[in-house]
Design a protein around this ligand. Structure first.
Ligand SMILES: [Zn+2]
Length: 501
């Protein structure tokens, strides 16, 4: 990695020196007639609601590696073909085992009956049948104290952390209307402390055969955040469940009050190793220019989601809008000078895996030099929901001047501004790490961090069709203009965002 980075740095210095700076000074052309046509197609003949509904209500949650994700990718590939895009195909990348939840119930059976709301972490193993077991509170225990419990842990259901008292109560600020620095996620809130961290506790629980481990999250009012453990979770790992914080706290406080708590847990999952690849979906409108037709304007979004809801805001909305922008351009029979390509990623949630595999195989290394030179820009849509307000410009001032010109005529449709700063933690990082110009859309964060992002509440109700249509109009406008301008998007910034999670 180090040697690649240093050679890449040298290349970027050359690019920096060679980058044309005229774009910032000259008037960037804007095709208002085309924007009007795009807008009319988007509003009069929209397919975006149908696409979105298919992903979230017909398919549902789309954990990478699951049959549901593959089915959603098949649908995307078929739709792009049906709409007339060329070369709609899968590109496989190594992912790991698939995981699907088949059954889950958790109930408090003593000192009184109460059904507990929660969700297993992805890639957690099954319990051995239906377990009825005492709850044991370890949130205040040291490693030595837990070790000393020994056989008492056998078959127990462990409450691993202290009561959850810190909650995510504010969304990140909207960067298009605030001057504060751009943030990637919710404002920090004080984390509930584990006396013994879970990663230290888990091997002890496994050694003594604890039946399951429960913890809370920083969501409240019935919302919880749940993601996944490692895709390589050992078969004998302790099954792990995230529980609504208020109910978790109720059980801990009963135990601390001297009341024994009895739980019944049924957790059945299925691992699949038949196909350990996951799949990006790629399709395009070929460039028509004999000189620059091989250059590529790439747009994209990730279709995979977490599993405790239907991944509506993260990220079926953005995929639906990006696909719709391609449908619009195809329906208008445009003949772009450059190729306009869409990439629908998988494995974003596990570490930008799909986009990184694509960027690495297509743009990294000496053998990909021509393709590296030919990528004009990657435009990504992921964090947040609702309309697109502009783009995070990754400290690329010349590109910002161009994007500002394209954004201006869209202000009557709700765009606000591009911000110069970067955003971490999404798929454009797979391109910026190689020095390619790549930018992510600025969206609404109204309840996104508090209620939607990786939660059990990320359902269709969080998404407005008006926002989907507007997002498609902005993406189609930007992709079209990037494909038609004389020059590629300038490359002037080195890696500016923080590294992938
Ligand atoms: Zn996510």
């Amino acid at each position: 990695m180090a040697s690649r980075n240093s050679s890449r740095t040298q290349l970027l210095v050359v690019l920096l020196l060679a980058a044309p700076c005229v774009a910032a000074q000259t008037q960037e052309p804007v095709d208002r007639a085309m924007i009007a046509r795009i807008t009319a197609e988007a509003n009069d003949r929209s397919h975006v609601g149908e696409t979105f509904n298919y992903f979230v209500n017909i398919i549902g949650g789309r954990l990478a590696g699951s049959r549901a994700h593959k089915a959603s990718a098949e649908y995307a590939r078929a739709k792009l073909t049906e709409w007339g895009l060329k070369d709609s195909h899968f590109e496989a990348f190594p992912f790991g085992r698939g995981w699907e939840l088949q059954q889950f119930t958790l109930e408090m059976t003593g000192p009184r009956y109460f059904p507990i709301t929660g969700f297993p972490e992805a890639w957690t193993p099954s319990t051995k049948g239906v377990i009825t077991a005492p709850a044991i509170y370890l949130g205040d225990k040291s490693v030595a104290e837990i070790e000393a419990m020994g056989e008492k842990l056998k078959g127990a259901i462990v409450l691993a952390q202290k009561p959850q008292v810190a909650f995510i109560r504010r969304d990140r600020l909207q960067p298009a209307t605030n001057v504060d620095a751009v943030r990637s996620g919710a404002p920090p809130s004080e984390r509930s402390e584990y006396t013994t961290p879970l990663r230290t506790m888990e091997p002890i629980l496994r050694k003594y055969g604890a039946a399951a481990v429960l913890r809370a999250s920083q969501g409240e009012h019935g919302t919880f955040f749940v993601q996944g453990g490692s895709r390589t979770t050992a078969p004998d790992a302790t099954p792990s469940v995230v529980v609504v914080a208020e109910q978790y706290n109720m059980m801990v406080n009963a135990l601390l009050g001297g009341l024994p708590v009895q739980l019944r847990l049924a957790l059945q999952v299925q691992f699949s190793s038949a196909d350990t690849n996951s799949y990006n979906v790629i399709a395009e409108i070929p460039g028509s220019d004999p000189v620059i037709g091989k250059e590529v304007v790439l747009i994209g979004a990730h279709l995979d989601s977490w599993h405790s809801a239907t991944g509506a805001t993260d990220n079926a909305d953005a995929v639906s809008a990006a696909m719709e922008s391609m449908r619009i351009l195809q329906a208008l029979h445009i003949t772009p000078r450059r190729t306009i390509r869409i990439a629908i990623w998988s494995g974003e949630e596990e570490g930008l895996l799909g986009s990184l595999a694509y960027a690495t195989s297509h743009f990294a290394g000496a053998s990909n030099k021509a393709a590296f030179d030919n990528l004009s820009v990657y435009l990504n849509d992921d964090p947040g929901t609702g309309p697109t307000y502009g783009f995070y410009m990754e400290n690329n001032e010349p590109a910002k001047a161009i994007f500002d010109a394209w954004l201006e005529p869209l202000k009557s449709q709700g765009t606000v501004k591009n911000v110069i700063g970067p955003i971490p933690s999404t798929d454009h990082l797979s391109f910026t790490r190689f020095g390619l110009p790549a930018f992510t859309a600025i969206k609404d964060y109204d309840t996104y961090d508090v209620r939607e992002h990786h939660t059990n509440a990320d359902f269709a109700e969080r998404v407005s069709e008006a926002g989907l249509r507007q997002s498609a109009i902005v993406m189609a406008t930007f992709a079209y203009h990037a494909a038609m301008r004389n020059e590629k998007i300038p490359r002037v910034s080195l890696v500016t965002a923080t590294p992938p999670r």
